[in-house]
Design a binder for this molecule. Structure first.
Ligand code: PLP
Length: 258
């Protein structure tokens, strides 16, 4: 008889995307590809395809809490990844979970889908900003999300400073949605100069790249990598997944994560 092995475990709190491009399926695949195990609790169901999101249906906060309470009484958690929030009533439950686990937390502040559909209303975005970013080890907004989170900032560096001032320990602003010849991602840390990573821009948009990056980074942190190493190795992984992307419908291709 063989003894079961174990892997670092990443608690993924994410929405369900039936296309399998983004959300919890992206997390499970990306986490598994790093050699870790995903524990998945769904924040919201969505009506969407590979083109756009039509509707977000939050999971009731009591049901969400019940799943977490049972899971956490049984399973070890080595990192947490937070994606789409169902609504603001889930925030106290998530804060309790973060407090209980005391592990690195990667927050992907998902506000809008690449297709333009809304994934978080104003109240949810405000709750994320006020309560969850301050307890994040790392947040990974794309450039558009960073500007939405800090509308008064004059540029992306000012967005990052403002997020750091509010308590978030590290900010990675990704530039896949910008108009630069290469994709430029900027890591901002407290009291250190920013680091810029440059990646070949591939000639298409993708659905689920942001979820893949955030969950791969959380898995790398769960494996014990430093923040800088995790951020770099997760970006390298994402670039590989985009180079071998899958066409699943009429919209954007999804990362080939496995
Ligand atoms: N649906 C869910 C459940 C998500 O978590 C996300 C992104 O995090 C999206 C859709 C949108 O993904 P994209 O902007 O890559 O299309």
């Amino acid at each position: 008889m063989t003894t079961p092995s174990s892997r670092p475990q990443v608690l993924c709190l994410s929405g369900h995307d039936p296309s399998g491009g983004a959300g919890i399926q992206a997390d499970i695949e990306a986490v598994a590809a790093q050699g870790a195990h995903a524990l998945g609790v769904i924040t919201a169901l969505t009506v969407q395809d590979s083109c756009n999101v039509r509707r977000v249906i939050p999971i009731d906060a009591d049901l969400f809490a019940e799943q977490l309470d049972l899971l956490l009484s049984d399973c070890r958690v080595d990192a947490i990844k937070l994606g789409v929030l169902g609504d603001a009533t889930q925030v106290p439950v998530i804060l309790r979970t973060i407090e209980h686990c005391r592990v690195p937390v990667v927050v992907d502040p998902v506000l809008r889908a690449g297709g333009g559909g809304t994934l978080a209303g104003d109240t949810t975005a405000a709750a994320l900003m006020q309560h969850l970013l301050p307890v994040a080890t790392l947040t990974t907004p794309n450039a558009a999300e960073a500007r939405l989170l800090v509308p008064e900032a004059i540029d992306l560096a000012a967005c990052a400073s403002s997020l750091l001032d509010r308590g978030c320990r590290n900010v990675l602003i990704t530039g896949g949605d910008e108009d630069t010849p290469e994709v430029e991602n900027h890591l901002h840390r407290r009291d250190l100069p920013a680091t810029t990573y440059r990646w070949t821009r591939l000639p298409r948009g993708f659905h689920g790249a942001g979820c893949t990056l955030a969950s791969a980074t959380a898995a790398r942190l769960a494996l014990g990598e430093s923040l800088e190493t995790a951020v770099e190795s997760a970006q390298r992984y994402v670039q590989t997944t985009l180079e071998r992307s899958l066409r699943i419908g009429n919209g954007r291709a999804i990362p080939g994560r496995l």
